[in-house]
Design a protein around this ligand. Structure first.
Ligand SMILES: [Zn+2]
Ligand SMILES: [Zn+2]
Length: 408
């Protein structure tokens, strides 16, 4: 029997490390009087990252299993694990990344997965957290090329961790230029260009670690004018769900309106630049009612902060002790965190329907906590009591008054 220490998932410590660097960047920005952080954007960026870290816990083992299967069944040959192979593997990983990332921008279907990373109109370390699980799945399918080329799955996994960590550090405006390193690496300056929507910066600097792939394939652009960050057609929504699904919905409608299968395929695998720009406003009218762009009141912001802080703490311990939870515990924790993230996004837009989300979270929490202390009749009566008092004491009105200082 292994020791408890062997069963912990130490990748949990990436979470506090992330916030240490975000904090350092924040203080550096304040000191230099540079407006780099915008409250709503930072909350939304972190929310996207929390969901990805959370759902990826369920997929990490599957990805390693997939790499092993590809390696055992299909590897064209076996690369030995001598020290210099690590150098080749790092180069190969970076090359695969370049093409994965380029497809992510130039093919509609892949852009639907990658677009979330580019929605932020600010640029700081929190933007590096804007990765979704769908994107992680697409990326790992690309990584299968590495075990197929004969690299050992365990070596591939270690390289991917190093590679993934590096890209965190390129999401900042606090590092200006890095001298001769600008000629070798993808630096913050190069990646700022990638995140900008200035005409001359579009579809440039796809690399992650080394800059020479972009130079080799003709997509390099130096930072020579002030970047404007975000999408060419900004999303203008803080909704957690809409940010994740809007482009898939746009694609779905575009394909549905297409003339025949070949036209539909041309949309799916064509360039995002050719997307019909009338689709998104049409969908927004249908699914996303406009919201008041008024600044978030302080008490609402405090409530969002408290919820996000709790969600992050839960995520940390859930990650660290992941192997110890049962399937039921896991499902409850995932639901609670996801509901909380949806709630935070809706609060930023001061939606009224968040009461129902809040209520469903309360029911879920009460049901799962009471399962520890009592039997089914106890649980049922507790839930009934909550439902009856909600009705009798007009919880919805009280809640909205407390939060937004109005009842409707
Ligand atoms: Zn990109
Ligand atoms: Zn980026």
């Amino acid at each position: 029997m292994g020791h408890i220490w062997d069963k912990l998932n130490y990748s949990a410590f990436a979470i506090p490390a992330f916030f240490v660097f975000v904090g350092l960047e924040y203080f550096a920005a304040v000191k230099r009087r540079k407006a780099v952080f915008q409250y709503e954007s930072s909350v939304v960026n972190i929310s996207v990252g929390v969901a990805e870290r959370l759902l990826n816990l369920f997929l990490t083992a599957a990805f390693l299993g997939l790499f092993r299967w590809v390696y055992q069944e299909f590897a064209i040959w076996r690369v030995p694990d001598t020290w210099y192979v690590w150098v080749f593997l790092l180069l190969a990983t970076d090359l695969v990344w370049y093409w994965y990332h380029r497809f992510g921008h130039e093919v509609n279907l892949f852009w639907a997965a990658h677009v979330v990373h580019h929605q932020s109109e600010e640029f700081n370390y929190t933007v590096s957290a804007r990765i979704t699980t769908v994107q992680a799945i697409v990326r790992n399918l690309f990584w299968c090329i590495l075990p197929l080329a004969g690299f050992k799955p365990e070596m591939v996994t270690v390289t991917l961790i190093i590679h993934g960590t590096y890209s965190f550090f390129t999401h900042t405006q606090m590092v200006t230029r890095l001298g001769w390193l600008e000629l070798v690496l993808i630096t913050p300056s190069h990646h700022r260009v990638h995140h900008a929507s200035n005409e001359r910066y579009l579809n440039k600097n796809y690399g992650d670690l080394f800059v020479f792939w972009d130079k080799m394939f003709g997509t390099f652009q130096a930072e020579d004018e002030e970047p404007r960050y975000g999408l060419t057609h900004p999303l203008k929504s803080f909704s957690f769900i809409w940010q994740h699904v809007h482009y898939f919905a746009e694609l779905f409608y575009a394909v549905r309106m297409s003339r025949g299968i070949s036209d539909g395929l041309r949309i799916l695998f064509g360039s995002p630049e050719l997307m019909d720009q009338r689709i998104r406003p049409m969908l927004e009218r249908k699914f996303v009612p406009p919201f008041e762009a008024a600044p978030v009141p302080l008490r609402v912001a405090r409530y969002v902060n408290a919820q996000l802080f709790l969600a992050i703490c839960v995520l940390f311990f859930f990650t660290l002790f992941f192997d110890f939870y049962s399937l039921v515990d896991r499902t409850i924790i995932v639901l609670l965190i996801l509901i909380t993230l949806v709630n935070c996004g809706a609060l930023l837009q001061q939606r009224r329907w968040i009461y129902y989300i809040e209520f469903s979270r309360l029911i879920l929490l009460a049901a799962s906590l009471s399962a520890f202390v009592g039997n089914v009749p106890f649980q049922a009566s507790l839930l009934m009591l909550i439902a009856v008092s909600a009705e009798a004491f007009e919880w919805r009105k009280q809640y909205l008054r407390l939060l937004y200082e109005r009842t409707e």
